[in-house]
Design a protein around this ligand. Structure first.
Ligand SMILES: [Zn+2]
Length: 305
């Protein structure tokens, strides 16, 4: 072993390998400088007042509220935010994930028809943000429909049903997946925007989980997904959905700093307020029939009605 080591040490390096080493060092240096400039750029895009990472405690949450939001409502609203993914007749019976996240178009239509007949008012995430801010009043029996990921069926199946009943909803788009197999194309998304019924929210660029990640990675996924949608479709994007519902305080700060007014989580619940406006609670309606869903809401959400 010692002999081999000595041999290696005494071995003369060929002349050109010196040049290669220098080139590698220069490349690494350039990479470091490039990363630093990129980091600075992202940090400058995110408002400086919310970039400090602070643990989520009720104390500093209250402080944050006092510092940044002055006219905000202190009320807690009982508002169901329903979470959907696929609305279709799943062709591949072996696709268990798709089946577990799916609801058939028939059941979906029954659900919203029943809710509309029961007097619910469908509002968007942007409108909920305004209500939490105290700039608008909540409608009678408010409810939200949210759709994650931006699959092709949102334009082909969901939108025609929503148009039929003139119902508003919010769709969260993974911007890097636009036009990919299984997702809406740019034209389809334009169709959704033009309908005037849909609030388009961002759902990151690559559906990357945002918990415990390096600041520039989270900032890029959050800020750039908003910027891309706003620049391409000339809309304002006010709500964010955390991929897989996963987030931490840094992700919340970046979402807030990027100019979103609300964000949705997958935490089950119905109490929405300024305290959880960046991780609003949602409910999975699943395969419930219209009547079962209505009964569930009556029992669990609107006891006072
Ligand atoms: Zn998702």
């Amino acid at each position: 072993m010692r002999k081999i080591y000595k041999k290696l040490l005494n071995k003369k390096l060929p002349a050109h390998s010196k040049d290669i080493s220098i080139a590698i060092i220069i490349l690494l240096l350039l990479l470091c400088i490039g990363s630093f400039i990129f980091y600075k750029y992202l940090a400058s895009q995110i408002r400086s007042d919310v970039t400090t990472i602070t643990p989520l405690t009720s104390d500093n949450n209250n402080q944050l509220t006092k510092q940044t939001v002055k006219t905000v409502s202190s009320a807690t609203f009982r508002i169901p935010i329903l979470m959907y993914h696929y609305v279709e007749y799943v062709q591949d019976k072996k696709d268990k994930i798709r089946q577990s996240l799916n609801i058939t178009p028939y059941t979906f239509e029954q659900q919203i028809k029943t809710l509309q007949n029961a007097g619910f008012t469908f509002m968007t995430a942007k409108e909920l943000g305004d209500a939490i801010d105290g700039t608008t009043q909540l409608p009678k029996k408010p409810i939200l429909l949210t759709f994650d990921d931006g699959h092709w069926d949102f334009d082909k199946v969901v939108l025609p049903i929503l148009k039929k009943y003139h119902i508003k909803a919010t769709v969260y788009i993974i911007t890097g997946f636009i036009g990919k197999s299984d997702f809406m194309t740019q034209n389809q998304l334009q169709d959704v925007v033009s309908s005037g019924l849909i609030d388009v929210g961002a759902h990151s660029i690559h559906h990357a989980m945002l918990k415990g990640k390096f600041f520039p990675v989270v900032a890029y996924e959050v800020y750039q997904s908003k910027a891309m949608l706003e620049n391409t479709y000339h809309i304002s994007v006010a709500s964010f959905a955390y991929p897989d519902g996963v987030f931490d305080q840094q992700a919340i700060n970046i979402v807030k700093g990027s100019g979103f007014t609300t964000a949705v989580s997958t935490i089950p619940g119905i109490e929405q307020s300024n305290k959880n406006r960046f991780f609003l609670y949602r409910l999975r309606p699943g395969y419930k029939t219209g009547e079962t869903l209505l009964e569930y809401l009556r029992q669990n959400v609107f006891k006072a009605y």
